[in-house]
Design a protein around this ligand. Structure first.
Ligand code: HDE
Length: 686
């Protein structure tokens, strides 16, 4: 008989089924026929006795678990964190203790509003959750790609999410905030204003998960070995630099590739182009916090890098795709309460609410209090305690000691694990007074809703401001409740008059009276670090160049383009009207990577056109080719071509500018950035 399936433990501690050539049931019984159910006669009926059929269908019927109530759509990868600059002066956390120390981790990126099967590219905040498997237990830094949040107090979270998700009666829209209930809620809650500015900026349209920042958002604490605590904010910066798409391009991507971000992450890792982020901290003490005009326990506020510089701690590298989406990405269970000695919470009321929410949700999603035993969630250091039993218990705790204190060890039996001085200790919270009364209140400075929204606006380039004003206009244009847009614009007047005016003009409504602020705004100096345009890297690393070819394309020009792109660290995707057998000028028949109709230029960072004159003329009568070029121009991308492509460029309305180049070095220089100067001629932004 052939070998039965074997199980072993993978590099991440997961159990793999492998090696068995014989198909068996879950009980290990070899299966003789996987094509036909067991019937009483050739034409049936099917017999209840067919345990092979029943087991197979039973298991299939239970394949799904509840999706996450928020952040349902996500993509993840394994990797490691390498400490480059130890933090021993501030924290006793083991992962920050030594230069070169590596800690394995699992990172999941997500959108917030859409269901698990929704598209990757709606305008939405992105989750950025990292599970560090440290030697002192798991630390989950469950953050977002925006450094602030919509609300200040956990009690408003269900309202926020109910407002943004599909409307309760009609079940739409999926994955988008441009609808009545979201803006009804947001316009009534001025504390959302700062985050709305970010949400309406290009931060919510990332080009790639690999090209976005991440933030812990809340103020946390670091505890050193002597018991001293320091406040801290956590920041991730992508080594590839920040990069976003433009709105029209994001819309095009929704039809071009529903899995745009998931595919991009997976392919990059599969190709050995491992994405990396640097981890920074912003440490500060209580005196510093007291001097700020805002409250560091308010998650709608950030501390500009220019006010408090970042200190680098290490680098995260994602170098391994999940082996199985369900077992790892879907079953991963993050929890902000997973913390290790050396890192600690603060009294931020949003964080405090999160500390119990996530355990709860995992029980309802994964069905058992033993979800921590699922390999992706289990610590990679030893873990022992007196907890026992429960559904899906996978461990086999030995001995009688499931209580403590016990004296079994003194009498020669296994006594079980005990507490340690090295264990997690909550440091005295030096920031807040012990509560004199029990209050349902917020601290005074939480009432400042506009200072940092204005700071964000001031810190953007003109082009970015136009995008923000246009996004507000677009989203509010979708709102049918007439009271909402004026109410929102009334809030925006407290952020910046010109923003409010532009949105009102864009919607064609009268400028309403400004909303009465709960607290006067303070002036803050602009923070260039908050702009994407100012923080993009002029690089082709990690970027994709689309090349349009057809019959008779110049083989040499194509080869030269590919070689130059490779040198710059970019990948090349060849597009042709037909995939197979595209005969180049030298007679060689090549295979394209994608067909023109299914590979719109929105998928690429820059495009090149390598066509002979006859083909360029023929394609100028082909809608898909004209749109390919027109969109590349409209999405502010570099377009490289030679003179032969002119009929196609003309038909697509391409006007000569710095981004419309030949096929040589000029193309590669232009391709490293977006052609922002083009935008004001192309669309009427608010
Ligand atoms: Fe979450 N959040 N959240 N959240 N959150 C969840 O936990 C919740 C908040 C964030 O890739 C849920 O496992 C409450 C802020 C990410 O699996 C749930 C509050 C931030 C992820 C939950 C917040 C986040 C979640 C749903 C207000 C940025 C995805 C499924 C107090 C710092 C993690 C799950 C992953 C997931 C609750 C606010 C980020 C329901 C009650 C602020 C990245 O427990």
């Amino acid at each position: 008989m052939k070998k039965a399936p074997q199980f072993d433990v993978g590099p991440g501690g997961e159990t793999h089924q492998h090696g068995g050539e014989t198909l068996t049931t879950n009980q290990g019984i070899p299966v003789s026929d996987n094509q036909n159910s067991l019937k009483a006669a050739t034409r049936g009926p099917v017999l209840l006795e067919d345990f092979v059929l029943r087991e197979k269908i039973f298991h299939f019927d239970h394949e799904r678990i509840p999706e996450r109530i928020v952040h349902a759509r996500g993509s993840a990868a394994h990797g490691y964190f390498e400490c480059t600059d130890p933090l021993t002066d501030l924290s006793k956390a083991d992962l920050f203790s030594e230069k070169g120390k590596k800690t394995p981790l699992f990172t999941r990126f997500s959108t917030v509003a859409g269901g698990a099967g929704s598209v990757d590219t709606p305008r939405d905040v992105r989750g950025f959750a990292v599970k560090f498997y440290t030697q002192q237990g798991n630390w989950d830094l469950v953050g977002n790609n925006i450094p602030v949040f919509f609300i200040q107090d956990a009690i408003k979270f269900p309202d926020l999410i109910h407002a943004v998700k599909m409307e309760s009666d009609r079940g739409y829209p999926q994955a988008g905030s441009a609808h009545d209930t979201f803006w009804d809620f947001a316009s009534l809650l001025p504390e959302t204003t700062h985050m709305l500015m970010w949400a309406m900026s290009d931060r919510t349209l990332p080009r790639s998960l690999r090209m976005m920042e991440g933030f812990g958002i809340h103020t946390f604490k670091l505890d050193d070995a002597k018991g001293k605590s320091t406040f801290v904010k956590f920041h991730w910066k992508p080594v590839l630099g920040l990069q976003s798409t433009v709105w029209d391009e994001a819309l095009a991507l929704q039809s071009a590739d529903n899995d745009y971000h998931r595919r991009d992450l997976h392919e990059a890792i599969a190709n050995g182009d491992f994405p990396q982020w640097e981890l920074f901290v912003q440490p500060f003490d209580a005196d510093f916090a007291d001097r700020l005009p805002y409250d560091v326990l308010d998650a709608t506020k950030l501390i500009p890098e220019e006010v408090l510089p970042l200190r680098k701690v290490g680098v995260m590298t994602l170098d391994r795709n999940p082996d199985n989406f369900f077992a790892q990405t879907e079953q991963s269970a993050f929890c902000p309460a997973n913390i290790v000695p050396g890192i600690d919470f603060t009294d931020d009321p949003l964080l405090q609410g999160r500390l119990f929410s996530y355990l709860d949700t995992q029980k309802s999603r994964l069905g058992t209090a033993n979800f921590h035993q699922i390999p992706i969630n289990a610590p990679k250091c030893p873990f022992h305690n007196m907890q026992r039993d429960g559904q899906m218990q996978m461990l086999v705790p030995k001995g009688r000691a499931s209580y403590e204190p016990n004296s079994l060890a003194q009498h020669g039996e296994e006594g079980g694990a005990r507490e340690t001085r090295e264990g997690f200790v909550t440091q005295k919270d030096f920031a807040t007074e012990p509560a004199a009364e029990k209050l349902r209140m917020r601290a005074e400075l939480f009432a400042d809703h506009y200072s940092q929204a204005a700071l964000f606006w001031k810190s953007q380039t003109d082009g970015e401001r136009a995008h923000i004003a246009s996004a507000f206009t677009f989203e509010l244009s979708k709102v049918q409740l007439e009271q909402v847009a004026p109410r929102m614009i009334a809030q925006l007047r407290n952020v910046a008059e010109d923003l409010a005016e532009r949105v009102a003009a864009g919607l064609g409504v009268e400028l309403p009276k400004a909303a009465k602020p709960a607290r006067a705004k303070v002036e803050m100096a602009p923070s260039p670090a908050l702009s994407i345009h100012r923080n993009m890297k002029p690089t082709l690393r990690g970027r994709k160049i689309g090349v349009l070819i057809s019959e008779g394309s110049d083989a040499q020009a194509l080869a030269a383009l590919k070689a130059a792109a490779k040198k710059e660290g970019a990948s090349v995707f060849v597009v042709a009207p037909r995939i197979q057998n595209v005969k180049l000028s030298d007679g060689e028949a090549v295979k394209a990577d994608g067909q023109l109709l299914g590979s719109p230029s929105a998928l690429f960072d820059a495009v090149a056109i390598v066509l002979d004159a006859a083909q360029a003329k023929a394609l100028s009568r082909e809608g898909a080719a004209v749109k390919w070029v027109m969109d590349a121009f409209g999405h502010l991308k570099a377009i490289g071509s030679d003179a032969a492509a002119k009929p196609l460029l003309d038909r697509a309305g391409v006007e000569k500018d710095e981004g419309v180049t030949g096929l040589g070095a000029d193309f590669f220089a232009a391709a490293k950035t977006r052609q922002w100067m083009r935008e004001s001629n192309l669309r009427q932004l608010a």
